[in-house]
Design a protein around this ligand. Sequence first.
Ligand code: UDP
Length: 437
Amino acid sequence: MPHHLRRLAVISTHTSPLARPGTTKAGGMNVYVAELAKQLAARERIVDIYTRRDSPDLPDVVEIAPGAQVVHVDVGPPTPLPPIEVAAHIDAFTARADQIAHERGWSYELLHSHYWVSGLSGISLAQRWSCPHAATFHTLGEIKNRHYRGAGHPEPALRIAGEDHVASCADLLIPWTAHERDFLIDFYKADPARIRIVPGGVDLERFQPGDRRAARETVRRTMPDLVVDDAPAILFVGRLEPLKGVDLLVEALAQLDPPAGRPPPRLWIVGGDARDEPERARLRAIAAAAGVADRVSMQHAAPHQLLPDLHRAANVCAMPSAYESFGLVAVEAMACGAPVVASRVGGLMTTITDGDNGYLAPERTAAAFAQRLGWVLNSPDGGAAMGRRAAASARRYAWPVAAERMLELYESLIAEPERDPSPCAEAAETLLASAGL
Ligand code: UDP
């Protein structure tokens, strides 16, 4: 008989589920952590999400749903820090989280860490709390290095070593896709018997197909920086990172032939905040050079609940990323009946079937994207049929389904005999010390 989970500790050191998704480091992982916590709390489990305090005025504990709360851990400066800097505070984080649990009298049957930095803390906390440790990486440094060749900074060696360590010490690894599972086995030498997949989800009650005209009215009101008129619209939603490939999309816009008898398409770019002005300026310059500046409009990251109208208002959603471990935005767009034109990478290969419920560009070039965006925009009937198939296939990614699966995994993990944790504690200290942390 599987054992019952009563209280779960979630470790999400460097990003908080309270952060607005679509800005700097807050994205799919934040949505995943928050949604699953709410789903588990609705199933009468208590969920404490430990995260580093990144702003001085946050209360110690913030409830996100009855039974699910964010617990702020005071280590390092109370400002946002990149993950590698959070790694330098990881021992202090572990000690403080343990102290909080002790002071409040909280005890756990299981802990789930998110991202490799949290995984390092998870290894030590699981030993202190004598509970099993499940780990999800969300992205893997070595995959990034391979996909981002020439496009970004190589991931630090400490990250790869940290991931290696978490992959061998966690009791269960929970990737989002088969692609990530295979990579964990092939590169990180993870034990296949200790890996189970739980894909991301979408709130199917909110993200639904609907009337485009009405949605455009709403978007005009809620996102005043976007130019919303009768022209067809291509939508990008996400963090404004160069690796999301928005520049490629701007160039694709310039290569698109206007649909017969209709105004030339617009590009709506939604994401980022004031900190992303340099990236916005770069995109504006590319648009100006390509002669499409008047057809590109940008809006800061929108609250998650406003996104369904945005997807309904657009004609097609584009995801030209260099890599996506899953790509929640694609599934959210699909759930709203929007065809997605995406790169043939990572999780997008799982959620999109080329030519059926969307398109996977065979190469990451403006020409390949322009061609496929043109196919959707120039054949409104074909685009609508593809959107209907997209909405149907998104139905398999509901948060309650993901949560039930997660709960099942948690409870069978609790029922397993304990593994000997001793080789893992020392290795974490050695790892951090050798990196001078
Ligand atoms: N998001 C949002 N508002 C925005 C932009 C993005 O709520 O303005 C959300 C989006 O709906 C999705 C998440 O941020 O749930 C991004 O996840 P994804 O997996 O697409 O990309 P990641 O940021 O993890 O690379």
